[in-house]
Every structure is written in structure tokens, then in C-alpha cells.
Design a protein. Structure first.
Lengths: 434, 434
């Protein structure tokens, strides 16, 4: 996906705002996800591998099919409370997803100042990486699940503490985590009233743009190669105005995080396309960072802060599961059809431990898959991924491949090479096997 | 009121964002609107005017009690269609208000390119100025009531046309109009879909911040002394984000315009105070630029763009008039009690010609005053204005005055002088009479 690289000098300032790029519209043919590759295969001596059978296996997908990995941390570090359930959960997780989001909420990560719980997340990140899953950290700065000890500090010290934690986490996880929600929910940050917290105090004093600058600058300095996101649930013009202010301030946003928790109703194509149209204008890749779709009763529409909805029992239902599968498929298809979208992260595989106790998982409390799980797995692993196939090279050692973007393993006579198909359209490649 | 004067250098840029000032909270004692003046009166030779009777008459109010003057333009230029009604309307208007907003909608001001209707508004502005009323122009840039000929232009030419009209109007009215809505409703400007128009096309290409910069820069260059407003109806966090982006971009906003059209429900104290709290944080004076309070049925809450509500007949009702008077008094009292608010402009005195045909005027269609008219006049001309009084100076020529901010005429033995009380609190003044 294109990054914003043009600088627009105005009034002595550096704005990263770029005029809308043409062509950022949905394409159901998925041309932006595919490539027609003409590959010429040679052996280690440069001789064409003519007239040979080649086994082609797609081993990774460029598109990010993500899920939170919160529930697997205890299992990974050997502290599972329910080993059978957790082992099955891990298998079900890995059968679908290639991106994991891990929790860095300051209030949980460092409940006591100076005693960060780094080790367990290091272990979890390593485990995911070993399974070929890329890991993202969420979030470096946020006003919720905030460390209570920040409230004892003056604002200058709050700023120092936040800068310190950003640097510390990004450095400690460098090489394992290369994607971070640098800052979360800035739109509401300085006027958040549900709970007194140090981040809101600082944001009220400094303003939204300084808060973003602080988070991005510090994370960028700690890992210049990281992909840094601005993430929000507010899909209104407020988020647009915030983004334009950040770009004006010269803050380089690598991807825009858009949440899509659908506890009150599924977005449907119309809203989803409208959101895509508005937020793709900036020429910055879009990550759908937090998606929840319920398989039970919906939350009443008058609830404004989803956290205000507290129920004792919120079951998954047969009718709800059918609806969830339909809603999920529509959501994923719509997002996947838009060239600006780089990833979709589902906000929790199992109903157990779901945020708000909502039946938003793809697995029931007993661990059995809901229809939505099967639907998503079918899309991800069958429809949007090439099946293993055998093709024969021609007299010049060439073969033609209709591929989804991602890494492909080519095997000839027991020897393999990897071809990374990372550009859509008609492309040529030279592959040395052996 | 304090202007933002501190510059905050960050990363080589000039942000006008300032930390929230303390003390910007409502004060029902109205200490911020009043002064206790100890004035020493001398004659032309410098001798104290000891032991003399002084008549004190407040001749102007510092606070802006405004109204649109759209309906009076035809009357002023001698093209009234109903002379008796219009003459009475003018009297009723001048009995309450000291600020007039005049219409500069491009589609009405210059419906045919190159033929601006400057003369009629010049005549109107002059007439108001002669009555001691300050005049404001609304708006220099907006996407609604937009000139259709802009649609024939390329975006670069749209920009040139907008810059040209800003310069032309601000220069032509310099000395008569010193306050302008530089740009209107920027939050929605680039995503406005109700009507294709040239301003939205430009805004989508340039982004919100460049649109604001264009309007403020051009108007400032044309009249460096003008008071320039950013004006919006969107009271959500979107407007906050927009303002913070503008300040980051170094755009000097002299006053924030907040609309309060209450066609769907009256705000009430809670919402009004919450809005005041959020928007007074920037240390920029607040102008309530567009207030409408109905005396008839309310518009259903599901209507999102008020322009979508079309009814044949929307009458004022007795019950509605009672409610309107109550709502109006609460709104004005709440705003007047907040030190950040500098003016309130009512959006139309008579029901005749009201936007959307709504019964939001303070006069019925037959011209008779509704209770809200009497209520507002009582507040403005009696409760918040000192009555004419006679006081006696002491042996040193001193007198003490408990005044509302504004100009006061002091008359001793048929000779007068003007004392401008423009600072709240305990102040001293020397006044030469004669």
C-alpha cells in the first residue's frame, strides 16, 4: 500500500496532508489482492529448470487476518487454568489468524510503578512469532485501564512517565513486535469523564496534538522501523479532523486504526463503505483493529459508552449465531474488497473472557465453533488463499501463477525456494531453486 | 476578554494552542460583566467638580446582544414590500439589539459571477452603524447557499475565486464591518453531500486546515484589525479537534463561533454548561453566533440535517410561546454568566421569513411581540444595563459607580463626557467634563 511520502510546505510548516489519491474504491474482483506472476526458474548454476513439475504452496498471506491473543498468554507461559480448553483454543486460533494483538494497558502491564510485567508478554510474543504470526502491541498511551499511580503525579511527571514506558516497551519488544497502537482514542481523551486518570489530565493540559506527537515521536525514536498507528472508535468527522491536525503537525502515521465494535448493530455495507470512503482519502493504509460482531441480543442503541452496559448473563443464541455469520462475512468481504485496507483484527476468538461478557466470540463458552468461525476460516484459508498445486514449467523454465499476495514456496525435485508476491497485477520474477 | 497571545514552539512549528486558563467558569454574580468605578471629575481647567450633581446614562453595552438584520435590508434601501410592518420591525429590532449580522452568502451576494450586490449591503451596514449598532458579515466561505458558477471551475480557480471574494468584501466593508465569520461549518465541509458545490470540492482536495488558512489569511490581509471567527454548528469533539488543528497550524482565531439552533430541543443548562466548559478551554472568546428557540412544535429528533424538515405550516402556539420565553431566558442567563462569552446573536426577530418557516422569531407573523421578546428586552435593557441615575460628587470631585461594562455618558450642568468602562472589577478613572 502507498505511504504518504510527499511533503507539502505551507507557511513554513510541514504538513503531511496529501490530496486524495484516485482509485481508492472497492474492487470486488480483488485485483489489488492478486498477482499474475510469470516466474522463470533456474537451478543453482543459472540453468533454466525446463519442463519440470513444480509444487506451489502459499505459505503466508500479505493481508493481516488478526485476532487478539490475550486469552492465550496464560496457556503460552504455562499458567493455564484449563489446559484442554486452552490447547484446543490455541489450535483454533492458529488455524485462522496470522496477526496477534497483545495487551499493553498500563494499568495491567505496570500496576505497581517500576514493576512492569514484561516477561509474560515477551514469552507470548515469541510464541506467536515462532508460529509465523506477526504481533502488534496495544496500546502505548490510553486513558482507560490506566495506571492509578499516574494520578499521584504532576502533569510534567505524567508526561515523563508515559514517554518512559513507550521507550521501554518498544525497545524491549523490538524484533518481536513491529506494529504498535501508538495512542488510542485521542478524540475523547481530554474530555473523558467516566474515570479520573492521569492521561486525561495531561491531554487536557497539552491538547490532542501534543499527545499524539508525544506518542509517535517517542515510539519512532525507540524503533524507527516500527509501523505506528493512531487508533480510534470514533468514526465521525471528529476523527477526520483529528487526523488532519496530526498531519498538519507533521506527525507521520503509518496506518490508521479503525475500531468496529458492533455491539449495538452491524454496520452493514452502506456504513462500512461510507467509512472507507472518508478515511481512505488520506492515502494512509487502514487497519480495522478491533472488530466485534455479536451472536446474541444486541445492546440498546441509547447506550453511548459501551462500558455502561452491564448484564449478568448474555448468551449466544441460534438465531444470533446465524446473523453473526452473515454479518461477519459481509464485513470481511467489504473490507477485503477495498485497496486501502491492510488488515482486520477480530476482538476475541472465544466467548469466554469477552469484553463486557458479550457473545461476540467465534467460539461458544464450551469451545465449540459458531457458524461464524467456519465462515471466517473458509474465507481466509480457502477462498482468499491459493490451494497447493503442481504446475509444469515450459521450455524456458517459465511457469504462470495466479496468486494471492503473500509468500509462496516453490518445490522442484525436493528442493524449495520462496517467492514473495508483494505487488498486485502482472509481474515477472526470477527464482533460483537450489 | 483575553486573547491567545502566547506562542508555543514545538518541533520547529508555531502552535497557538495554550493550556486551559483557570477561572473560566460561570459566575452568576456577573462580576466579569461589572465594574465598581471610582471616577474623579474635573473641569476643562483641571479643577475638581466638587459637590455637583452628575447624571449618569449608560449609552452602550460591551456585551454583544445581536440579531440578524437580513429582514431589514429591503426596508433600509427603500424597497420594503410592507412599509408599516417593516418600520415597526426596525423599531422593535433597535429596542433590543446592538449587533447586526448581515448575509454575505456567495450564492445570493454574487449569483452571477462578476456582479456582486455590494451596494445594498453597504447601505444596510451604514444604516446600522448610524444607529450605534456594530455589524458582522456572515460568512466569507461556506459550502451552502454557494454560487453555482463555482462548479464550472477547476479547483485552483475555485481557490482564486474564494480568495478574491474574501479580499473584495472585507476591503469594501472596512470601517463598517469589523467582524466576519471567516469560514463556516468546516467540520462537515469536505464530506458535505446534500448538494454538489465548489467549496466542498476544494475542501476535499485541500483538507480542512488549508481551507481555514485560506479564509483567515486572506481576510486578515485585507483588514488586519478585523475580528475573525471560525463558526460551526457541530458542538461535538469534532469541533474541538478542528480548533486544535487550526491552532497547531498557527491560524489566529479571534473568536470561536458556536451555533445554537434549537429546533429539536432546547439545550438546557446542563448541555450549555458542558459546551461552555469544553470550548472555553482554548482561551479564545466565545460568540454564540446563531441562536434559535422555537415557540411551536419541535422538529423530530431523528432529522439530522435541519434543512431536510419541510412543513407547509408551522405555527407559533400559546404553550410554545410560554416555553420559548423560559428557554430563552435560561439560555441567555447561562451564557451571560460565563466569562468567555462575548456575544449572543439571535437568528431572526420575526417569524416572517424565518429559516425553515419555523416559529423561532420573537415576533408573531402579524408583528406582535411574543413573551420571549419582552423577556429578552427586559434582560438586555433593564436587568443587565444600569438605569439613568443622578449622583453627587464629593469634596474631591469623586463619585462611585456600580456599572455594567460599556460606555457611560456623564453630564454635569449641561456638559457631557463619555467614560468607557471596559475592565471588570474595582477600577479608577479620571474624567474631564468640559
Amino acid at each position: 500500500m502507498g505511504r504518504v511520502t510527499g511533503f507539502c510546505k505551507t507557511g513554513g510548516m510541514t504538513s503531511l496532508f496529501a490530496p486524495p489519491a484516485p482509485g481508492r474504491t472497492p474492487d470486488p474482483s480483488l485485483a489489488h489482492r492478486r498477482a499474475l506472476v510469470t516466474a522463470t526458474l533456474t537451478d543453482g548454476d543459472g540453468a533454466p529448470l525446463a519442463d519440470r513439475d513444480v509444487t506451489v504452496r502459499q505459505r503466508s498471506q500479505a493481508f493481516g487476518f488478526g485476532c487478539i491473543g490475550f486469552e492465550l498468554v496464560d496457556h503460552i507461559i504455562g499458567e493455564s487454568q484449563d489446559r484442554g480448553y486452552d490447547a484446543a483454543l490455541a489450535d483454533q486460533w492458529l488455524a485462522v489468524f496470522n496477526r496477534a494483538t497483545l495487551p499493553f494497558y498500563l494499568g495491567m502491564f505496570e500496576p505497581e510503578r517500576g514493576r512492569p510485567r514484561t516477561d509474560r508478554l515477551l514469552a507470548a510474543a515469541r510464541w506467536f512469532a515462532e508460529q509465523g504470526v506477526k504481533v502488534k502491541g496495544h496500546p502505548l498511551v490510553w486513558h482507560t485501564v490506566c495506571a492509578p499511580w499516574l494520578l499521584d503525579l504532576e502533569v510534567e511527571e505524567i508526561e515523563r512517565a508515559l514517554r518512559g514506558r513507550i521507550r521501554r516497551e518498544v525497545e524491549a519488544f523490538s524484533g518481536l513486535i513491529d506494529t504498535w497502537d501508538a495512542i488510542n482514542e485521542v478524540v475523547i481523551m481530554p474530555v473523558f469523564t467516566a474515570e479520573d486518570n492521569g492521561v486525561t489530565r495531561l491531554a487536557r493540559q497539552r491538547g490532542r496534538i501534543e499527545m499524539m506527537r508525544l506518542a509517535f515521536e517517542e515510539a519512532r525514536a525507540a524503533d524507527p522501523g516500527a509501523t505506528l498507528l493512531l487508533n480510534d472508535f470514533d468514526m465521525s468527522t471528529a476523527y477526520e479532523c483529528l487526523i488532519e491536525g496530526a498531519l498538519e503537525a507533521g506527525i507521520r502515521i503509518d496506518a490508521l486504526g479503525l475500531q468496529s465494535h458492533m455491539h449495538q448493530e452491524a454496520w452493514g455495507e452502506e456504513k462500512t463503505l461510507e467509512v472507507l470512503d472518508r478515511f481512505s482519502r488520506y492515502g494512509i493504509p487502514l487497519h480495522f483493529t478491533e472488530t466485534t460482531i455479536l451472536s446474541g441480543d444486541l445492546m440498546p442503541g441509547h447506550i453511548r459508552d459501551l462500558n455502561d452496559w452491564q448484564v449478568d448473563h448474555w448468551p449466544t443464541t441460534e438465531e444470533g449465531e446465524h446473523r453473526q455469520a452473515e454479518d461477519l462475512e459481509r464485513h470481511y468481504r467489504t473490507l477485503y474488497s477495498h485497496p486501502s485496507v491492510e488488515s482486520i483484527t477480530y476482538w476475541g476468538l472465544p466467548d469466554r473472557g469477552m469484553w463486557l461478557g458479550a457473545p461476540g466470540g467465534l467460539l461458544r463458552p464450551d469451545g465449540s465453533p459458531k457458524p461464524a468461525y467456519h465462515r471466517l476460516r473458509q474465507l481466509v484459508t480457502e477462498e482468499w488463499r491459493a490451494p497447493e498445486t503442481t504446475v509444469r514449467t515450459d521450455d524456458d523454465g517459465r511457469l504462470c501463477l495466479d496468486a494471492f499476495l503473500g509468500e509462496h514456496e516453490l518445490t522442484v525435485g525436493g528442493v524449495s525456494a520462496v517467492l514473495d508476491v508483494d505487488v498486485p497485477g502482472e509481474v515477472t520474477a526470477d527464482v533460483v531453486v537450489g
